[in-house]
Every structure is written in C-alpha cells, then in structure tokens.
Design a protein around this ligand. Structure first.
Ligand SMILES: O[C@H]1CN[C@@H](c2nc(-c3ccc(C(F)(F)F)cc3)no2)C1
Length: 327
C-alpha cells in the first residue's frame, strides 16, 4: 500500500499532474504524468534526440542502470487525444513509486517525441493506468498497476487531485480522510480498455437534475471536462458575456464572473464541480478559457482534471468499478 504525491505542473491552471518515479539502479527520478486514459509507461531518455529534450529535463539513461535490460525486438508507438505522439524501444528495469517496487517493469524509451512533448518542459514521460489491454508495445507488456496489483491489499488505486496544489495517488487502500460524505460506486465497462462508466444525469448551478445517461471516461491525463455539445451550450448560456472563440476553438468567458457549478450524478449521488474550478487560464486580461468544452466527435465524455480535482475517485479493478466522493 502506498501513496505518491501528484504535483500540478503549470500550476496556475493545472495543465497536468506529475509524480516522482524512481527508475533503475541507482535510482533515476523522473516526474511522470499518471494517465488513467492510456496504458504505457514511457520516458524521455538518452535515446531521445537532444533537440527534443528541454534544458534541465530529467531523462532515463539505461546505461547508468545496472538492472536495465533491453527487451530485444520490442517497439512501441503512441498517439494521444490531442494528436501528440511518441515512439521507441523498450527496457525492463526496477521501478519504484512511493514505496512500491516492481523489479522488471517495462520502461518504454522514447526515440521520437512530437513537438507538443518536446515543448512540455515539465514532464519526463507518462505512466499509464488504463487497463493493460490498451498497452501499445509489440509484443505487449504489463502496466505498473498490473505488475504491482498482486502485492496490494486491495486491487485499487485512488486519485485525489487538487486545484493548484499537490494531491496524491494512493495504491492498494482508501484514505477515508481524503473525502467527505459517502463513496458512490458505479460499474466500469472497459470497452476500450478505459475506465468508462455511466453518469445518470447532470445539473447546472442550482437547477434541477437532467436525468440522462451519459457515457464517460475518467481520464487523469486530460486537463479539461469534455461534454456533449448540447450540455456545453446550456452551461455557457448561464454565463453572461461568454462565447465560442473560433480563434481558440473553445468557449471563453469573462474572467470576473464565477461560472455556475457543474453537477453530475452517480446513481442518485450528486457530485459537484465548483464553478471556481472552471478557470483554465487567462487568454487576455479579461477573457478566460473555460474548463468545460465540447467532446466533439468523441464517443464518450472525458472527465479530466477539471472534474477530477473536485472529487476523490477510487479506481477499483476488482469488478471493475469506479467510486466517487465529494471532498
Ligand atoms: O490520449 C488520451 C489519454 N489521456 C489523455 C492524455 N493526453 C496526454 C498528454 C500529456 C501531455 C502532452 C504534451 F506534453 F503536451 F504533449 C500531450 C498529451 N496525457 O494523457 C488523452
């Protein structure tokens, strides 16, 4: 059982949350973006073109690890929701998160990264926490969670992200001090190897609940809360002066207005995303980028950090199921 601190990067608007991961012998510490929406552990390394490695970025160098072993012939390639991508070869090595150690964890070394990753000066890679069937290594390898799961008291991890402050990922146990009220669980259908669940309805501000089942995915690697366009339009209709900016391809609103809460329902339990969490950054000194945006053509809604930072979430692989609580 263990806990690891999740620190928001680009802290004003919490673009991503990074956790320290120790790789190799002696340990090399890299800040990785834990992503429940993918299933690969990949890192910037000594094999990543130096032109893509921003100054001061921590990288993994297998040559400096006595326990590193090349997985002969294994390769990987990934493309993320925003079109960013990376690819490379694979080592096994010792990986420690908090106090949890996996001896021969597959560590995917980046030989190529797209411009978005090259431009991200904070992260040194990603650690996927989706179901192992989503792993993109050929031949497939196990995720950290799949490797550590048998050693955990419970086959779960919990996510307690915070607005503009460090939160935590806990493995194998539930820290009941991290939430208020009750945890409400709902089944997960890993149709796409993702933490996919149904919400029973939503409401905006103090309005009554709209009972409509929405298919959603809990994705710590997505910064925003992406919803069906009809709901997004209804939401911004409540904010005087908000508009869809064709320039940004996003809904923006006057920064001096606190938007309404967005509430979603797990069964009959009301989960609250406070309006004050909706500011995803200033795009001018008067206009702010909304935390709620359209899911576009995606076949599910994406409950990313804007929603997750308001909640305590249990990712339970035993059923599988997902549990939500306000905090
Ligand atoms: O694919 C889905 C799986 N979860 C979502 C996800 N997206 C990223 C990501 C992180 C950082 C960057 C970059 F550094 F800015 F390039 C890009 C994408 N991480 O998880 C989307």
């Amino acid at each position: 059982r263990d806990t690891v601190v999740a620190t928001p990067a680009y802290s004003y608007y919490d673009k991503e949350y990074l956790c320290a991961v120790k790789i190799g012998t002696p340990p090399q510490t890299l800040p990785l973006d834990f992503d429940t929406g993918s299933a690969d552990l990949w890192v910037f390394s000594s094999e990543t073109p130096s032109s893509s490695v921003s100054m001061g970025k921590a990288i993994y160098n297998p040559k400096n690890s006595s326990t590193a072993k090349l997985v002969t012939g294994a390769t990987w390639a990934l493309t993320y929701g925003d079109g960013s991508s990376s690819s490379g070869d694979v080592y096994t090595d010792n990986v420690t998160i908090g106090g949890l150690n996996v001896a021969a964890q597959a560590v995917e070394s980046a030989q190529k990264v797209s411009s978005q990753f090259a431009g991200d000066t904070a992260l040194s890679g990603l650690l996927g926490l989706a179901f192992g069937t989503a792993n993109q290594v050929k031949p497939a390898v196990k995720t950290f969670f799949d490797n550590i799961r048998p050693a955990l008291p419970l086959p779960i991890f919990t996510v307690n992200l915070k607005k503009g402050a460090p939160g935590s990922y806990n493995f194998g146990y539930i820290d009941t001090t991290q939430y208020t009220g009750a945890l409400t669980y709902t089944p997960v259908t890993p149709r796409y190897s993702l933490w996919e669940f149904g919400i029973s309805g939503f409401s905006i501000g103090t309005a009554i609940k709209n009972s409509t089942v929405i298919d959603a995915v809990a994705d710590t690697g997505t910064s925003l809360l992406l919803l069906p366009l009809s709901i997004v339009k209804a939401y911004y209709a409540q904010i005087a002066g908000s508009s869809y900016s064709t320039n940004y391809g996003a809904y923006v609103y006057p920064c001096n207005i606190t938007p309404p809460d967005f509430n979603f329902y797990i069964g009959t339990a009301k989960q609250v995303v406070p309006g004050r969490y909706m500011n995803y950054g200033y795009i001018s000194n008067t206009q702010c980028y909304g935390g709620i945006q359209s899911q576009g053509t995606l076949m599910f809604s994406l409950f990313g950090d804007i929603a997750l930072k308001a909640q305590f979430v249990v990712f339970d692989a035993s059923v599988p199921r997902i549990g939500w609580a306000n905090k």
